[in-house]
Design a protein around this ligand. Sequence first.
Ligand SMILES: Nc1ncnc2c1ncn2[C@@H]1O[C@H](COP(=O)(O)OP(=O)(O)O)[C@@H](O)[C@H]1O
Ligand SMILES: N[C@@H](CCC(=O)OP(=O)(O)O)C(=O)O
Length: 373
Amino acid sequence: MTEGRRIEVTVARRIVVKVGSSSLTTAAGKIDPSTVSRLVDVLAAARLRGAEVVLVSSGAIAAGLAPLGLAKRPRGLAAQQAAASVGQGLLVHRYTEELARHGVVAGQVLLTLDDVTRRSHYRNAYQTFAKLLELGVLPIVNENDTVATNEIRFGDNDRLASLVAHLVHADLLVLLSDVDGLYDADPREPGARRVTDVTSPADLEQVRIGSTGSAGVGTGGMQTKVEAARIATGAGIPVVLAAADQAAVALAGEPVGTLFHATGRRQPTRLLWLAHATDPQGTLLLDPGAVRAVVERHASLLAAGITGVIGAFTAGDPVNLAGPDGVPVARGLVNFDADEVPRLLGRSSQDLKRELGAAYEREVVHRDDLVLL
Ligand SMILES: Nc1ncnc2c1ncn2[C@@H]1O[C@H](COP(=O)(O)OP(=O)(O)O)[C@@H](O)[C@H]1O
Ligand SMILES: N[C@@H](CCC(=O)OP(=O)(O)O)C(=O)O
């Protein structure tokens, strides 16, 4: 009976499902209650089979448009934040009511970039999810749009979903969209064919990605789904991309949509984010010995190996580490402000301690906060 089904899906015990704004919205630009209802039925069925489910739902901005009398997604950040503020409550209310029909309690989790990059926040977020799942709650996640600024926005919920999948140690990520999988060209082009399986980055070389198809409500488009799939599969989590109206069959393991097979192994979530999604605030130039230490021995970066500094970062910011040719080899969270670095250049930790005090003995980038590019 399970013949032909995807084993990655049927064995998954912890599943993150992401649904995009375009799938939740009617042609008139309102959240479609019947879509929410059908989706919740599918999630409840997965739970009945014994899976734990986390939902990442877009749609806060879309849900806020009609109450504010807006016809389409506003351009400005403040207006988007206002729409999200109005819409997020309505959206979660819809889910809460629908889940209650199945006797399931909903919990809202709003995340910002800091929640997965700063060590203390990350642990905090992990513990919250673990407790919610232990209590049998179905967490509904979105970006905290109302306080997010351009710098700290995840930018798209596809990537947020891939990081959440990693954070909660999910076995599977399901991306639900308005298109029934990845196509080898924009699906609106005649002759475009669905890609059923992606087993390595090479399978994506022939794929052409067009603009977003949804009428101004979604942000990500197919590009961010492919990127999210790359992040998740690279960290050992398979990804199914399918249409929202195929959610039931996709979650039953039927071979619909596109399956991105896992390619890599788990890494700490913060580092995953650091490599794939942060904007570096500056660059530290390394001498050849420091490049070898960081790249080959995965050592911390000490001041002695730094020859130059570019940018205006503050301690805790992400920065690139580049070789003498200026090509970035790694990215890390820096322990000093940019204006402190010049006087540290080329100096040994012992010298720095003697001349400037014990606080300056620390690594410029600690190996635990460093990821190779
Ligand atoms: N190669 C491709 N394969 C599939 N979809 C594509 C491709 N190129 C562009 N698209 C478009 O991307 C859209 C999905 O993005 P979007 O509407 O932003 O989704 P969501 O709101 O679910 O995040 C599809 O409707 C489709 O028209
Ligand atoms: N956080 C935003 C959604 C951003 C987003 O990524 O949207 P989408 O491309 O539809 O998944 C919202 O809830 O409106």
